[in-house]
Design a protein around this ligand. Structure first.
Ligand code: ADP
Ligand code: MG
Length: 571
């Protein structure tokens, strides 16, 4: 075949194919137009899984009748003027392609009336051919009606998934946009049934409940962080709540839903080793950056973006997520995940039953009775790493490191809370021989500013030269721990985040130091040490997780053992 130019019909179908892949892509483009038009109320109607009908009606600014024909022309937009504008895009649309693309692969009826016009106009476009604009009496706003999608591209129709899948893709899309724009009232009707209705009152948790159910929505942790490069807010799941795939991880960048594998990886990494292999968190995170820091013009469907300062954005996501995870002590449902026994037995002493509020700073545990009766009988240590104990309702395997972290953490937090206001801070123990620590200049500066805080935590540290410090005392509870190593983890923490909330910072520092000071896996413990650890754990208010959220113990209930050994259910 000799080289020839493609006909306008063919080239517009090729272009349309990039923008309109499936019914949900039509909904997305129309939703974005409505949001760009400043709509407060958006109503979406879908029939035949979007193949028969998609209608999106809004109460936004409307399109002047004289501009209707232009609106459906390719590369016609009211949102962009110069090439330079491309790098400061504040609207969702800018390519001026959506309506033209939709009009070339479906029948599009565009009806609109701006507020200042007495009547509206209507324009029909079918297979790329536009009709005449007709005057119509309609309310202010715009309605785009898309019928017979892909009627002229049968091959595309064959590539669509089942109706169920296409409908779900629309549900997912609209719900995510509803989450991103909680002040806008969304109404989605699929096959004559209301599928989503939001109130537009700005409450995101309500919408999360519609998406995931009330129980899951209540468990989600709030993320809120304001860094130089990026502002991050949204919701993430605690470590106890996971999915087997990444599908429930959603990122919005400047109000735009984006698919970015690297952002997803950053998020998953923030959970660290706390998630089991093959499990993923749920997350809806909204990132806001100055428009010039994001290139949105990299993908025809605008589903991908490029960050000018990629690394800072990713590390911002990780810091924000880690902070939210750490600021929250989960009530775990460990057995449910691992072994699924019929019910989760409660570990004594019973935990505070009220579910912790999201973004709860780590609070000191409530005062416990002086000597709670030990309820676990120690059996011994295995692999120099785990303690084995028997409880009234089965067997417990305890991770000695995680357990010790928890014990130290709660004791220190208790002492810390006791000392508030008064002189009585966390008791310090002087070192026989002060230890010297040499730090890099940046770390030294950070530490120098925080010496009073360290003193409250039981660390007596003095400057000793420009980048050198003398550690004179450490918290009494940590006696025997390496003072230099403990100080270094604190400095690392300062470096990670220079402006955290004070209360959160203190709790986090204490958690860090405890991690460092706790007995390690592989360390053989004497029977007396094993007993002390178990007793300590029993008097914790949240004995089931370490301060970083990892489980301290695995419970094998008698019931489970009986089932595993075929003693029950075999009848
Ligand atoms: P883009 O959104 O990239 O500008 P579109 O093809 O989606 O391109 O829309 C073309 C133009 O039509 C928009 O720039 C806007 O001026 C107008 N428009 C489309 N939909 C609406 C709407 N719902 N309300 C008001 N104006 C609209
Ligand atoms: Mg658009």
């Amino acid at each position: 075949m000799p080289i020839h130019l493609l006909s306008p019909e063919v080239s517009s179908q090729i272009a349309a194919g990039e923008v309109v892949e499936r019914p949900a892509s039509v909904v997305k483009e129309l939703l974005e137009n409505a949001l760009d038009a400043g709509a407060r109320h958006i109503s979406i109607t879908v029939e035949g899984a979007g193949k028969r009908l998609i209608e999106v009606a809004d109460d936004g600014c409307g399109i002047p009748t004289v501009e209707l024909t232009l609106a459906v022309a390719r590369h016609a937009t009211s949102k962009l003027n110069s090439a330079a504008d491309l790098f400061r895009i504040a609207t969702l649309g800018f390519r001026g392609e959506a309506l033209a693309s939709i009009g070339s692969v479906a029948r599009l009826t565009l009806t609109s009336r701006p507020a200042e016009a007495a009547v509206g106009g209507q324009l029909r476009l079918e297979g790329g051919v536009a009709g005449e604009v007709q005057p119509v009496g309609v309310p202010v706003g715009t309605a785009a009606r898309v019928e017979n999608l892909f009627f002229n591209i049968p091959a595309r129709l064959k590539f669509l998934k089942s109706d169920l899948t296409e409908r779900r893709a629309i549900d997912d899309l609209v719900t995510r946009y509803a989450l991103a724009y909680p002040q806008v009232r969304f109404h989605l009707q699929q096959e004559n049934h209301p599928s989503l209705q939001t109130s537009g009152n700005g409450n995101r948790r309500e919408i999360l409940a519609a998406l995931y159910g009330v129980e899951v929505a209540q468990q989600l942790l709030e993320v809120l962080a304001d860094y130089d490069v990026v502002r991050i807010n949204g919701y993430i799941s605690p470590i106890s709540l996971t999915r087997s795939n990444r599908r429930e991880i959603t990122f919005f960048v400047n109000g735009r839903w984006v698919h970015d594998a690297a952002l997803t990886t950053a998020l998953v990494q923030a959970y660290h080793t706390q998630l089991m292999v093959g499990r993923y968190p749920l997350a809806v995170l909204f990132l806001d950056l100055p428009p010039e820091m994001v290139d949105v013009n990299v993908h025809p469907a605008k589903a991908e973006v490029r960050f000018r300062d990629r690394d800072s954005v990713f590390s911002g996501v990780q810091r924000a997520v880690r902070r939210a995870l750490l600021a929250y002590t989960p009530v775990p449902g460990l057995e449910a995940e691992l072994l699924t026994p019929p019910q989760i037995p409660s570990f004594p002493p019973s935990q505070p039953s009220s579910a912790p509020a999201p973004f709860l700073p780590i609070t000191p545990p409530p005062q416990l009775p002086a000597s709670p009766t030990p309820l676990l009988r120690l059996v011994g240590q295995i692999a120099s790493t785990y303690l084995v104990a028997e409880g009234p309702d089965g067997l417990y395997l305890i991770d000695q490191h995680a357990a010790h972290e928890r014990v130290l953490f709660e004791k220190l937090m208790m002492q810390h809370a006791g000392g508030e206001g008064g002189e009585n801070k966390i008791p310090a123990q002087s070192l026989l021989q002060p230890a010297t620590v040499e730090l890099p200049p940046a770390g030294a500066r950070l530490l120098a500013n925080q010496l009073p805080l360290l003193a409250r935590l039981g660390f007596q540290v003095e400057p000793f030269g420009p980048t050198t410090f003398l550690v004179r005392a450490i918290p009494a509870l940590l006696s025997g721990a390496d003072p230099v190593a403990a100080l270094r983890v604190i400095v690392e923490d300062f470096e990670e985040d220079e402006t955290p909330l004070q209360a959160e910072l203190e709790a986090r520092l204490i958690a860090r130091v405890c991690k460092r000071a706790a007995v390690k896996a592989g360390q053989t413990l004497s029977p007396a040490e094993q007993h002390a650890l178990l007793d300590g754990l029993e008097s914790c208010s949240s004995p089931r997780t370490c301060p970083h959220g990892r489980p301290t113990m695995i419970h094998l209930s008698v019931d489970l053992l009986e089932r595993q050994f075929g003693r029950r259910g075999a009848r």
